[in-house]
Design a protein around this ligand. Structure first.
Ligand code: SF4
Length: 474
């Protein structure tokens, strides 16, 4: 499962969609048929990437992105049902947009993603002012569904596509530029961890053809992109079901040869599928960044077994040690669930002690919530809500202290930073270290897209402050 950070609206920096261009088009009235699209994205980076594809697909039929929902002709909620909370937020967003729809009868409202996949036609029945429901395998139908909705036809499409036809679910988007871009390499998951809804709403694993991935990244590099993040629910399984395709380590080695790509990242990795060839990539590929997101979910063997994770605490720690041997200083982030059915105080302490041993750079942590249809939904949800809350608070407090301490450890060091943009506050530049720490520093905006050497002068909870000491090695 990917870390489910909520992302409001498409990340326009990454998707390179700039509203001012669109509003300029409108004011000038150069293209009478152009309409405005507002996308609200919930959940993980896969959804962010899908939202970028939605923007690219609908741009071709005259919809241009806006960050102002009140001006939109079409509002799309790209949803997440991995936990209860983001799912509830979808319904509160729909209520909010009902008011806009009452004021503008021509406004179209669509729901896509995991909640759409789960609910299907029922969603059209529950929400009478909703026009379109499209599932995780139906993005490509969206232009046609929007055209029909413009003519007053409401429609839900949530069919799964199997086999090779599903490879068409990875449309090559407009190769817009930017500094850093996501590239989907696979979709779905075969793991069926007992708490997780993903295999039910995203389907089984399918890997995209390596030749298309390499071609897309080559086009991005030609547009000036310097960093790519390879995306999938479990990238470590890439290619394993596809005859003639490389495995994930092989794919990384191909991407590392693409001229212009200075940094490669990937997410998410299932710990049980971290293979020796993948670990060797960290020793041998200098463009592979010194960061891995490796969700443990629990530090207790008993809980891991009930979660169906396929590894023990010791096996997890062995993988961490091997990664650190291959790439000293590698930054490790993770996910943890507290209050899984049957989790005792001793189990929870095992999780805290695992955090101590690993020394996570950062952690996404969540209270367990039942996801209907998963096998854990058959377990008694027997950890009291107050206990879950108290454990989450203890865990997050520990991680806050560890993250701040780790950040302080960078003070005085010189880090190579890829400059990603100009900060909104104070006119500073921002970028990330190879280990994925955000760094702010004063500098000339012409440095965006360049690597610079930055001496770290101060550490904060979520970022570092520094001063430029020269150009980077790339
Ligand atoms: S089933 Fe397990 S491996 Fe697959 S997405 Fe869910 S948590 Fe990740």
């Amino acid at each position: 499962m990917m870390n489910a950070r909520e992302v409001k609206a498409v990340d326009l920096r990454r998707s390179n969609c700039v509203e001012s261009n669109d509003s300029t088009h409108r004011r000038r009235g150069t293209v009478a048929s152009e309409k405005l699209l507002y996308v609200e994205t919930f959940g993980c980076q896969m959804n962010v990437n899908d939202s970028e594809k939605i923007v690219a697909l609908l741009r071709k039929v005259g919809y241009h992105p806006t960050q102002d929902s009140s001006r939109a002709d079409l509002i799309i909620l790209n949803t997440c049902s991995v936990r209860e909370k983001p799912e509830q937020k979808v319904y509160s967003s729909l209520c909010r947009y009902k008011g806009l729809k009452n004021r503008n009868r021509r406004l179209l409202l669509a729901v896509g993603g995991c909640v759409a996949q789960q609910e299907g036609e029922r969603l059209l029945e529950k929400v009478p002012y909703l026009d379109i429901v499209f599932g995780t395998h139906n993005l490509h139908l969206l232009p046609e569904m929007v055209r029909q909705a413009e003519d007053g036809t409401r429609r839900a499409e949530v069919g799964f596509i199997d086999g090779d036809a599903r490879l068409d679910l990875f449309p090559v988007e407009d190769a817009a530029g930017g500094v850093s871009r996501f590239v989907t390499i696979m979709q779905g998951c075969d793991n069926f961890c007992s708490y997780c809804i993903v295999p039910y709403v995203r389907g089984r694993e399918v890997s995209r053809r390596s030749v298309e991935i390499v071609q897309e990244i080559g086009e991005l590099a030609a547009k000036g992109v310097k960093e790519v993040t390879l995306l999938g629910q479990n990238v470590n399984s890439y290619g394993l079901k596809s005859a003639g395709e490389p495995d994930f380590a092989g794919l990384l080695r191909q991407v590392a040869t693409i001229p212009g790509i200075e940094r490669i990242r990937f997410t998410t990795s299932h710990p049980k599928d971290i293979s020796p060839p993948l670990i060797a990539c960290f020793a041998e590929l200098p463009t592979l960044c010194s960061h891995i997101h490796l969700p443990a979910q629990s530090g207790s063997d008993a809980v891991l077994a009930r979660m169906g994770r396929g590894y023990t605490r010791d096996e997890y720690l062995q993988k961490v040690a091997a990664l650190r041997a291959a790439r000293p200083g590698i930054q490790i982030t993770g996910d943890m669930i507290v209050g899984f059915p049957g989790e005792s105080e001793a189990d929870f302490r095992d999780t805290l002690s695992l955090m101590d041993v690993v020394g996570y750079a950062d952690l996404f942590s969540f209270k367990y919530s039942v996801r209907p249809g998963t096998s854990a939904a058959g377990f008694a949800d027997d950890v009291d809500g107050a206990v879950k809350q108290e454990r989450l608070a203890r865990l997050q407090e520990l991680q806050r202290r560890m993250t701040l301490e780790a950040n302080k450890g960078f003070v005085g060091s010189v880090q190579e930073v890829l400059v990603e943009g100009v900060s909104k506050r104070g006119g500073q530049l921002f970028g990330r270290t190879c280990g994925n720490r955000v760094v702010n520093f004063a500098g000339d905006p012409t440095l965006v897209g360049c690597s610079v050497r930055v001496e770290i002068t101060r550490a904060f909870q979520n970022s570092l402050l520094g001063e430029i000491r020269g150009r980077g090695t790339r």
